[in-house]
Design a protein around this ligand. Structure first.
Ligand SMILES: Cc1cc2nc3c(=O)[nH]c(=O)nc-3n(C[C@H](O)[C@H](O)[C@H](O)COP(=O)(O)OP(=O)(O)OC[C@H]3O[C@@H](n4cnc5c(N)ncnc54)[C@H](O)[C@@H]3O)c2cc1C
Length: 467
């Protein structure tokens, strides 16, 4: 027999916990169903990235939820990208424009640990007194009736709810059930690359082993190592490499082979990772999946958000941020109905959500893939590096005309689809500028600058960014 409840959130990950909090803040009673055990009792699950880059879109959603202060206490500012060449030379690229950061200093992204962030959001939701988290409740199916939705769990019982927020990640069971309906589009593909993490502990004197205010990248063509700092003075280092082929995981059968691989490609890292063999052996090699689907809702009762709606590759650091933005947009839509829409308002509200978010989910998926290709194929190309220098000069001298794509994505609330469109226009402009005969010797001349600005004036809309 089923009892009847109001709001259900399936998946107590980052986006589900935030959505539960946003619903509770609007007076709703919420039941959250999570497949895993309570991490407060059993520790965090292995196999997911340990730390994440949180940026402006994510902060805005946390602000709407009233969770900024708690999250800020575990967030580390990361001000620049630090590129490590094979010969050990370091090159710093600041992330943003000076003096415009969220917390009053230079624009930064923030490194946050997944487990503590998830716990803060879940506990904030529980602290409202309106949210009940049911662990070890994997959703297996749901059925829609005129009176409600019957959710079935692998535990064998069924519960009736009025609405279902599907936040159960890239392999969403909610989405799989929606796929059985007519006219639901879905596509999935895996990157040829996977990733593996190893930990870089503090030095003997208790300090960070490398600069903690930077995201470190060792770009090596079609593979790379990245490292993000943690508040406990460790770094999480992530190797992204192809599964097969040259420099791929298939060529690294064991820890000894991995040592040789690191000695050859990342020689400055190995000495800083004392438990390398253990980490390499025990940590999984994980795949990177991309999914798309449409619509993101079903009727007036079910809606997908976060990775369940749009799983993307991690090369723009926007998976979680875009999922948080989904939740914030949903909160805005609820607020247009004083937080608690009437029954008859739900069909339009959910279809508005798909209309507002779907093209942005697709756009950030495209942007993330494009960044991967750029990092993989072009960071060593002198012509590309020259183009980046010209763009940097344009930004420094004409910040209101030439906004870097990275800033539009990371430090603004411009719809991702607009950022992608503007980025493509900028690409077209730069390709014409780079075709000039004098580009090699006169890249920093007034003539080159004037040419780029003229094309920008003709082609780029004035994109005042909404705050
Ligand atoms: C290597 C890597 C690095 C990344 N770096 C960044 C970054 O720097 N910045 C960034 O913004 N994003 C980053 N991401 C992306 C980010 O991890 C995801 O976008 C984010 O975790 C999505 O949150 P979510 O809540 O939608 O899904 P998830 O975090 O996957 O949570 C889904 C939850 O649903 C539960 N669940 C699954 N199935 C069921 C079921 N049937 N019933 C009940 N519960 C279920 C799961 O146990 C889980 O708790 C990265 C991803 C990877 C892989």
């Amino acid at each position: 027999m089923s009892e009847e409840r109001g709001m259900a959130v399936v998946g107590a990950g980052l986006v589900g916990s935030l959505m539960a909090l946003l619903l509770a803040n609007r007076g709703h009673k919420v039941d959250v169903y999570e497949r895993r055990s309570d991490p407060r009792k059993v520790g965090d699950a292995a196999g997911r990235s340990i730390n994440l880059a949180l940026s402006e879109r994510g902060w805005r959603a946390l602000e709407v939820a009233g969770a900024v202060d708690a999250v800020r206490s575990i967030a580390m500012p990361v001000k620049a990208r630090c590129m490590h060449a094979l010969d050990g030379k370091l090159t710093y690229q600041p992330y943003g424009l000076a003096g415009k950061g969220r917390f009053g200093h230079d624009q930064s992204i923030y490194s946050v640990a997944r487990g503590p962030l998830n716990r803060i959001l879940m506990e904030a939701a529980e602290a409202t007194g309106r949210v009940n988290v049911h662990f070890e409740h994997p959703l297996s199916d749901f059925r829609s009736h005129p009176e409600g939705l019957d959710l079935s769990f692998a535990t064998g019982h069924t519960v009736r709810h009025q609405r279902l927020f599907g936040t159960d990640g890239a392999f969403s069971a909610v989405r799989q059930r929606m796929m059985k309906k007519d006219r639901f589009d879905f596509s999935q593909s895996y990157l040829d690359h996977g990733y593996k993490e190893v930990a870089m502990p503090p030095t003997a004197s208790g300090d960070f082993a490398i600069d903690p205010e930077a995201l470190h990248i060792w770009p090596r063509g079609h593979f790379m190592l990245m490292a993000l700092p943690n508040p406990d003075k460790t770094f999480t280092c992530t190797l992204f490499a192809p599964y097969e082929g040259a420099q791929g995981f298939s060529e690294i059968p064991d820890a000894a082979a991995a040592r040789s691989y690191f000695e050859m490609h990342f020689p400055d890292v190995l000495d800083l990772v004392p438990d390398f063999d253990r980490d390499w052996t025990e940590n999984p090699t994980s795949s990177l999946v991309m999914t798309r689907c449409a619509p993101w809702h079903q009727g007036d009762r079910v809606v997908l958000m976060g990775d369940a709606a749009h799983a993307i590759v991690p090369f723009y650091g926007q998976g979680m941020n875009s999922g948080f933005e989904d939740a914030r947009v949903m909160a805005d839509l609820l607020d247009a109905h004083n937080g608690s829409p009437q029954k008859e308002s739900w069909p339009a509200l959910l279809s508005d959500f798909t209309r507002l978010r779907k093209e942005n989910g697709d756009a950030i998926g495209d942007l993330a893939l494009r960044n991967f290709v750029e990092m993989r194929d072009r960071t060593g190309d002198p012509r590309f590096l020259l183009q980046k220098r010209i763009e940097r000069r344009l930004t420094d001298r004409h910040p209101s005309i030439w906004k870097p794509l990275y800033s539009m994505v990371t430090f603004s609330h411009l719809p991702y689809s607009d950022a992608l469109a503007f980025g493509r226009i900028q690409d077209g402009i730069m390709s014409e500028v780079m075709d000039r005969d004098d580009i090699a010797e006169a890249w920093d001349s007034e003539a080159v600058e004037h040419h780029a600005l003229q094309l920008a004036a003709e082609r780029l809309p004035t994109y005042a960014q909404p705050s």
